[in-house]
Design a binder for this molecule. Structure first.
Ligand code: UDX
Length: 436
């Protein structure tokens, strides 16, 4: 089957490469010539483990090509995916659908064969109706249907998630679209991944509901962590203790500095806007958004306390390790490190930063932070070392070396990757999240 993927960002590129790997004939389209140019040269526009190899293998096999020309790219495709960005609209938090609609118009103007148009971008309820209206208005004169197929992959684990999803959700009321989507995902059924067909509107809402629910889980355990610190309990035991209940489940119960990234912050906000528009407020999600926002700043205060409070902190130096919103990505969108760095600079603290992949994107977002070549360069002379993101490289720091080169043996571990007793036994002042 020939598949066209319009938008070669995170979701588009990973999905396109994986579909090609399943044996489909895939064209990835993007209007950014620099991106397509670099993809032709085998250079990935994003950092994602395994992606460069997957792309190279499928390009070599002749199943994956790239173009900036949408008309050429969609020619003969039975399924045309829209996988362009839906960022938060400036000012109001609504999802900005201008890219989705522009692509729909261009598809409508150039479609010459029957095709199913599939929105893979995360789009608010009702967007499929509008895409259908735009296409009908363009009147391509061929059969088409519009389906919703949200993507649940995580950055850093994108290929594994795409190839072994917990479920595939397809929203369509059209039998022909259903059969085309069955064909698209047939290779995954062999992996026993279930496919759930729903109405288009339900499918659109499932994506937001899933992300909001995960954000609730994280925020809930973060608040439990704060309570643990007050009452002298251990949040990791709380996570284990509640996670063993099959109704709750053990995942997404790691306390930390608050969620960030390209999805949770923008999707929770967009869900609030939809709820507001339809006068069905989702108060739980409202609270989650507010709690998570204030948590990121609160983590800055936690570091300042570890330095001895506001007065003592002024003029001191802190090493921030891990700047991206999570490990194995270079993505800095809504990363807690940004709010933490700002809170520290505002308090007159000098900040040195290091990240295995994210420094290039981080530097302009935190102009006051002095980026270093290695973790130990950042730690040298620091009055406190702060682990913000749990990259593997920070899980086994040479603590003797840290003690030797730092100005003070203070470790603030915002991801709970170290054993408090072990670190304290080395003579460190150790602060973590929700643990005594
Ligand atoms: C998320 C969803 O998981 C994915 O299904 C959706 O398609 C896109 O959004 P992603 O943003 O890549 O994926 O990262 P994820 O691993 O879900 O982490 C999101 C944020 O939550 C990160 O900041 C992470 O550090 C934080 N997190 C996650 C926690 O603080 N605790 C947890 O237990 C899990």
């Amino acid at each position: 089957m020939k598949i066209a993927m319009v938008g070669s960002g995170y979701v588009g590129l990973v999905s396109g490469a994986c579909f090609a790997d399943f044996g489909h004939d895939v064209v990835c389209i993007d209007k950014d010539p620099a991106k397509i140019d670099s993809l032709h040269k085998g250079v990935m526009p994003i950092y994602e483990p395994g992606l460069a190899e997957l792309v190279a293998g499928n390009v070599k096999a002749g199943r994956l090509t790239f173009t900036t020309d949408l008309a050429e790219g969609i020619a003969d495709a039975s399924a045309i995916f829209i996988a362009v960005g839906t960022p938060s609209r400036r000012g109001d938090g609504h999802a900005d659908l201008s890219y989705v609609y522009a692509v729909a118009e261009e598809i409508g103007a150039n479609l010459k064969q029957p095709a199913v148009i599939v929105t893979k971008s995360t789009v608010p309820v009702g967007t499929g109706d509008e895409v259908e209206r735009i296409l009908s208005e363009a009147n391509p004169g061929v059969q088409f249907a519009v389906a919703s197929n949200p993507e649940f992959l995580r950055e850093g684990a994108a290929i594994g998630d795409f190839k072994h999803p917990d479920r595939i959700v397809v929203g369509t009321e059209d039998d022909w679209a259903r059969s085309v989507m069955n064909e698209v995902y047939r290779p995954l059924f062999l992996n026993k991944s279930p496919i759930l067909f729903t109405s288009r509107r339900s499918s659109e809402l499932i994506k937001y509901a899933a992300n909001a629910f995960l954000a609730v889980k994280i925020t809930f355990i973060n608040e439990m962590a704060d309570l643990c610190e007050k009452v002298g309990a251990d949040v990791q035991d709380i996570s284990r203790g509640i996670g063993m209940d099959g109704r709750i489940g053990p995942k997404f119960l790691h306390a930390g500095p608050g969620y960030g990234g390209s999805c949770f912050p923008k999707d929770t906000l967009a869900l609030l806007k939809t709820a507001e528009d339809y006068e069905a407020p989702t108060r739980i999600v409202e609270a989650v958004v507010a709690v998570n926002d204030s948590r990121k700043r609160a983590m800055g205060r936690k570091v300042i306390e570890a330095l001895g409070g506001m007065d003592a902190a002024r003029g001191k130096k802190v090493a921030l390790l891990g700047l991206t919103f999570k490990p194995n990505t270079d993505d800095m969108r809504d990363a807690p490190s940004i709010a933490i760095a700002l809170a520290l600079s505002d308090a007159g603290v000098e900040v040195a930063g290091y990240d295995p992949e994210g420094m290039e994107l981080a530097a302009p977002l935190m102009p006051d932070v002095a980026m270093q070549k290695t973790a130990y360069d950042a730690i040298a002379g620091a009055d406190a070392t702060v682990i913000v993101t749990e990259w593997d490289a920070f899980r086994a720091l040479d603590l003797d070396r840290v003690k030797r080169i730092a100005a003070a043996p203070v470790l603030v571990d915002l991801r709970n990757v170290y054993d408090p007793a072990e670190v304290r036994a080395k003579g460190f002042t150790y602060v973590s999240v929700g643990r005594p």
